[in-house]
Design a protein around this ligand. Structure first.
Ligand SMILES: *Cc1c(COP(=O)(O)O)cnc(C)c1O
Length: 826
């Protein structure tokens, strides 16, 4: 929140070393925009055109100008390129991302307050969140939103700094050498925290030592670095690389250090921590049990001790902490609503991000925000809620529901359809869940207001099995494939079969947001549902039966035409009804599934010559063996047949439609055969055709269920139907809430399948039932209600598919419709 404007356009040349291309009049800058899709505030916004891996911000300048943005920072083009942007200010620099970093570094240099910079392999975000909460009991804190820790995220985090703040807590993350120096330049932390170093192999770094050294660059100008001395490799690097005057503040469980952990033990249902600091014994009660949380909390305590916080204050603030979930989860709600559940914490920067996510959802046009008071010490509430109201107004929501005394107080700031309640109980009593239908509801609140009860009341309840879809992973995978394409090559994404089981409306919506060029579905009905839910992208339909031709035209869907019979039926239909259509011509080149054979093409062009009603959007074919080098000769022949066939049609009809032939595996294996477009399918879902590609992709879907009951079974007893499971020795059995009707294939019965329980693999015992399955958890620590993973990051799809001799495609698409899908962003 910038209550005061710190920068104006005329200062940019000096700060960035760039050159002003056009200058109309000096304007203040108080909002930096890097994602053209997230425009809300116009006045005072500087759009920074960044070239991403596949994405180029320069493409959206004209559109943003039309929307009303007047200030731009670019790295491409000359005066001429921007000639038509009257009244705009445009500055050109060598590299836009670097310019953003310089601008925010300049902004940072105006504030002389302590800045905590956190890095490490794990726990950055949690330490940042917890520490911010603990410090905010005494200080006005600014922190990175979500996990904003990248080359782009850190500048945007630092940009939030204003006179109002007394301390900053930011995280920094890197994926390759050279990056940390830039993060350091922007963040300039005065206090460093090194959380830990993971053993996971990192591409980009040659050794663990190199990785630690690179991360430690964040601390180059700090007064102190706080870390656990028991991470030997970290200790070694830090003790040898510190500059004179810099201090190390370490903690340890086994050697001398600034803070010595004497004991950790169970106490009244919590953990108790005994430590020695400055010769004093201190005790803290910790509401977390697991080792990772304990490590994170000790790092937080050390920062507080270093800052001379007294132990009573530290203890109180620890008891107020909760497990952090940075997730923004999109869930199916009652009455055809969607719920975006963000009920963990509430701050202005987080609201911006959550609102952006809300606005991305076009599945429903009606949008509602349920929002609690922001609990932040020492802010001027009037300014804060004015800012909140302005932000909300900029998004044109349909409805605003405010919960909390402060919002009631400032109700006048909010326009439109608004209601206010003092707390969630009042809300639940009065409106409850009854007043919502066909809308997307963002629920965002501070922990204290317990808005998750509202989220629960609005959610559709099904049973305990869920398929979680990681939208960040999906975006990552899309970018990975886009990266392989020339910028002019288009991308069609196949979302047939419910988007490979993942839920196609939500995924189609995300793909539309990311501006893919085409969607592909199997049946007309799928296309109709997409059209009825806000999808405007061109859609190719693979199997269009003649009965559905009317629907196709009505909903602007483009059929694949694969035979003369179908071509004639379509032409008759169009001529009779005076209609026209775009089509995609499928050539048979070796797959022997659908398509025109070479000998059909003469007849085909004869029909088309007399048919102005038809426009050929594309000509395409499909490879039968693109995964495997063994079939490369065959694939070459398919390319040849395709080239000849498409050239024949193009010449005969004097047309130049798009041409495409590759699916996910082919995109990687045949880089010179991308033609005009490629068709991405399984790769989007994180399944690569070989190990190397697999390393680059991130798993998207996880199927999870819970343990309903645990039972001890004596030696000689049997388990389940047909008494197929046998206890040859005493066993501990868990019944889990998933069966073959949910898509847990019955072929996994009798030990063929395994599931993941608390870090261990448990085999299926006996036959899988319709709604339940028994697993053998002998020797595994587990309780009723614990989560069980069927597949996901812990248990790769490819691995479990191979256990029953099938392919990941089948496992994914068989997850039944009754399994609730939850979509989330980290
Ligand atoms: C399913 C399909 C694809 C996508 O295949 P993946 O292997 O999932 O990438 C591409 N083209 C056609 C015609 C398809 O049917």
């Amino acid at each position: 929140m910038n209550q005061k404007v710190y920068l104006s356009f005329s200062e940019l040349e000096k700060i960035t070393g760039g050159k002003t291309l056009t200058f109309s009049s000096d304007m203040p800058i108080d909002n930096l925009l890097t994602d053209s899709r997230k425009v809300s505030i116009l006045q005072g916004t500087l759009f920074i055109a960044i070239k991403g891996d596949f994405h180029d911000g320069h493409h959206y300048i004209d559109k943003l100008y039309q929307d009303g943005i007047r200030q731009f920072l670019v790295e491409d083009g000359d005066d001429d390129r921007y000639r038509d942007l009257h009244g705009a200010n445009i500055i050109k620099t060598r590299n836009s991302l670097e310019a953003l970093q310089k601008i925010t570094a300049y902004h940072r240099s105006r504030f002389n307050i302590p800045i905590v910079g956190i890095t490490g392999s794990n726990g950055k975000t949690i330490v940042k969140e917890w520490l911010s909460q603990m410090l905010s009991t005494r200080l006005r804190v600014v922190k990175s939103p979500k996990s904003y820790n990248s080359q782009l995220g850190v500048p945007l985090s630092v940009w939030q700094l204003s006179d109002h703040h007394q301390i900053g807590v930011f995280e920094g993350g890197i994926s390759r050498p050279g990056e940390m120096a830039k993060i350091e330049m922007v963040m300039k932390p005065t206090i460093g925290v090194f959380t830990n170093i993971g053993s996971a192999h990192d591409r980009g770094f040659s050794s663990e030592r190199e990785k630690i050294q690179e991360k430690a660059r964040l601390f180059e100008n700090t007064q102190v670095v706080i870390y656990c001395k028991d991470h030997e490799a970290i200790d070694q690097v830090l003790s040898t690389s510190m500059r004179p005057g810099q201090k190390l503040f370490s903690w340890s469980k086994k050697q001398s250090a600034d803070v010595i952990i004497k004991d950790i033990y169970d106490h009244e249902g919590m953990k108790a921590l005994e430590l020695v600091f400055n010769d004093r014994h201190l005790f803290f009660k910790i509401p977390f049990q697991d080792p990772a949380s304990l490590e994170n909390i000790i790092n937080c305590i050390c920062v507080c001790l270093y800052l001379n916080f007294n132990e009573t204050v530290i203890q109180e603030s620890i008891l107020g902490l909760n497990q952090v979930s940075m997730r923004l989860a999109l869930k199916q709600g009652i009455n055809s609503c969607y719920i975006i559940d963000d009920t963990y914490n509430n701050d202005f920067a987080g609201l911006k991000i959550a609102l952006d996510f809300l606005m991305q959802q076009n599945q429903k046009s009606k949008k509602t925000l349920i929002f609690s008071d922001i609990l932040e010490a020492g802010v001027d509430k009037e300014i804060l809620y004015k800012d909140v109201a302005a932000l909300v107004a900029s998004k044109s929501l349909n409805r605003f529901i405010g919960i909390g005394p402060d919002l009631m107080n400032y109700a006048d700031f909010f326009d439109g359809d608004t209601t206010f309640y003092s707390d969630k109980s009042e809300f639940l009593k009065s409106a409850g869940a009854t007043g919502f239908k066909d809308e997307i509801i963002l629920i965002k609140g501070a922990r204290k207001f317990a808005l998750e009860e509202i989220a629960d009341s609005l959610q559709r309840k099904i049973h305990g099995t869920v398929m979680e879809i990681n939208l960040d992973a999906l975006t990552h995978n899309l970018n990975f494939y886009r990266n392989k394409l020339d910028t002019s090559t288009k991308i069609l994404v196949m979302i047939k079969a419910f988007a490979y089981g993942s839920g196609f409306l939500e995924i189609a919506n995300l793909l539309q947001f990311h501006r893919v060029d085409y969607l592909g579905v199997a049946y007309p009905d799928e296309g109709v549902i997409l059209r009825q839910n806000g999808i405007t992208l061109p859609i190719m339909v693979m199997n269009a039966a003649p009965e559905s031709f009317g629907k196709l035209i009505e909903f602007n869907l483009e059929p694949e035409v694969y035979s003369l019979r179908m071509m004639h039926l379509l032409v008759d239909f169009l001529k009779t009804n005076g209609l026209s259509s775009k089509i995609h011509i499928k050539l048979e080149t070796g797959m022997h599934r659908l398509g025109f054979k070479p000998q059909d093409l003469k007849d085909l062009v004869d029909v088309l010559k007399n048919c102005p009603e038809i426009k050929i959007a594309s000509i395409f074919s499909h490879l039968a063996g693109s995964e495997d080098a063994e079939h490369d000769k065959f694939s070459q022949n398919q390319f040849d047949v395709f080239d000849q066939g498409s050239a024949f049609i193009e010449k005969a009809l004097s047309v130049k439609p798009l041409k495409h032939i590759l699916k996910s595996s082919g995109i990687i294996r045949f880089p010179d055969r991308h033609y005009d477009m490629v068709r991405l399918g399984i790769g989007l879902h994180g399944i690569g055709y070989d190990w190397e590609v697999q390393q680059e992709l991130e798993p998207v879907a996880s199927l999870k269920t819970t343990i309903s009951q645990i039972m001890d079974v004596a030696q000689g007893e049997t388990i389940g139907y047909d008494r197929m499971g046998k206890a040859h020795m005493p066993k501990r059995i868990a019944t889990i809430a998933i069966g073959y009707a949910d898509g847990f294939d019955r072929r996994f019965s009798n030990g063929k399948g395994v599931v993941w329980v608390n870090g261990k693999l448990a085999p299926v015992i006996g036959n899988i039932c319709m709604d339940m399955t028994m697993i053998d958890i002998t020797g595994i620590e587990a309780e009723e209600g614990d989560q069980v993973v069927i597949f996901g990051k812990e248990l790769p799809l490819r691995e479990i598919a191979s256990k029953i001799d099938t392919i990941p495609y089948e496992i994914l698409t068989k997850v039944s419709g009754r399994v609730k899908r939850v979509f989330y962003m980290e």
